[in-house]
Design a protein around this ligand. Structure first.
Ligand SMILES: Nc1ncnc2c1ncn2[C@@H]1O[C@H](COP(=O)(O)OP(=O)(O)OP(=O)(O)O)[C@@H](O)[C@H]1O
Ligand SMILES: [Mg+2]
Length: 240
C-alpha cells in the first residue's frame, strides 16, 4: 500500500492508536568530509519493536541526532532502508513524508524551537490545526497537555518568557498534540534539573503506556539502562 493511502487509513483509526515498529536495514547517512574521515552513521541494523521504549546513547558526534533525523523523515539515508511498519519512508514522495511527520511522529529536538510569535498554547495547538483537527478539540487537548507538563497556568505566555526547562516541556506537549505513534526525543532532559528531568521522563513513559513507541537520546546511564532496548553509537557505528 502507498504511504499516502496508509496515512489516510491511519487518520480514520485514531481511536486505535498503537506504536509504530521501525526497522533499520543497513542504514547509512554519510556527510562527505573535506579532510579526515567521513562523518554520519554507517550500516545501522536494528529493529525497534512497536510500543517499546528505546534509548540511544554515545559520545558527542557519534551520530545520535543524525539517526533520529532519519527516523523523523527530516533527512534521507545515503544507503540502506528505513522501514516504519514495513513502509519505506525515504522512498515516499515528499508530501507523504510531510504527512508522516505531522501525523505519525512527535519530535522533541535538542534545541526544542517554539514559534516565538505564538503563545505557549498556540504553539501546542499548531500541529493540531495543521492536521485539520477541530479547533475546539485541539484547544482542549492543548490545555490538557499543558496541564500534564505543569504549564497549565502559563499558556498565554510567549516562549521568551519561559525558562529553558519550561520551553522543553512546552515542546513535549506540542510533540504529543497529534497523538504520535512514534515519539523521538533528543536529549529531552539535557538542560533540566533532576526533578524536572524526572517529570519529562515520566511523560515519555506515559506516552509509551498509551501505546506509543518512544526513542530517547540520553547521556544519562540510568535512563539508558532503563529502556526495553538500548542502542549505543560510537563514531557512527552501532556497538550495542
Ligand atoms: N549537516 C551536516 N553536515 C556535515 N556533517 C554533519 C552534519 N550534521 C552532522 N554532521 C556530522 O555527523 C556527526 C554526527 O553528528 P550528530 O549531530 O548526529 O552527533 P550527536 O551524536 O547527536 O552529537 P551530540 O551528542 O553532540 O548532539 C558529527 O561528526 C557531525 O559533525
Ligand atoms: Mg545530537
Amino acid at each position: 500500500m502507498a504511504l499516502s493511502a496508509y496515512l489516510a487509513e491511519e487518520t480514520c483509526a485514531v481511536a486505535s492508536r498503537r506504536g509504530a515498529g521501525v526497522v533499520m536495514d543497513n542504514v547509512s547517512r554519510t556527510y562527505p568530509a573535506s579532510a579526515g574521515p567521513a562523518a554520519g552513521v554507517f550500516g545501522i541494523c536494528a529493529q525497534l519493536a512497536a510500543g517499546s521504549f528505546v534509548t540511544v546513547s554515545g559520545p558527542s558526534g557519534s551520530g545520535k541526532s543524525t539517526l533520529l533525523n532519519l527516523v523523523a523523515a527530516l533527512d534521507h539515508p545515503t544507503g540502506g532502508r528505513l522501514l516504519v511498519d514495513g513502509r519505506d519512508i525515504a522512498a515516499s514522495p515528499e508530501r507523504a513524508r510531510a504527512e508522516y511527520r505531522l501525523r505519525l511522529v512527535g519530535c522533541l529536538f535538542q534545541d526544542a524551537p517554539l514559534v516565538g510569535e505564538l503563545s505557549v498554547a498556540n504553539n501546542v495547538v499548531l500541529p493540531g490545526l495543521l492536521a485539520r483537527t477541530d479547533r475546539r478539540a485541539a484547544r482542549g487537548r492543548a490545555q490538557e497537555l499543558l496541564e500534564r507538563v505543569g504549564l497549565g497556568t502559563q499558556t498565554t505566555l510567549f516562549p521568551a518568557q519561559l525558562s529553558v526547562g519550561q520551553r522543553q516541556r512546552a515542546a513535549l506537549a506540542r510533540a504529543l498534540m497529534n497523538r504520535p505513534r512514534l515519539l523521538l526525543a533528543d536529549e529531552p532532559t539535557g538542560n533540566l534539573d533532576r526533578a524536572t528531568g524526572r517529570q519529562v521522563m515520566e511523560l515519555l513513559a506515559d506516552a509509551q503506556a498509551e501505546g506509543c513507541t518512544v526513542v530517547v537520546v540520553t547521556h544519562d546511564p540510568e535512563i539508558a539502562a532503563a529502556g526495553d532496548q538500548h542502542l549505543r553509537l560510537l563514531d557512527g557505528h552501532l556497538v550495542a
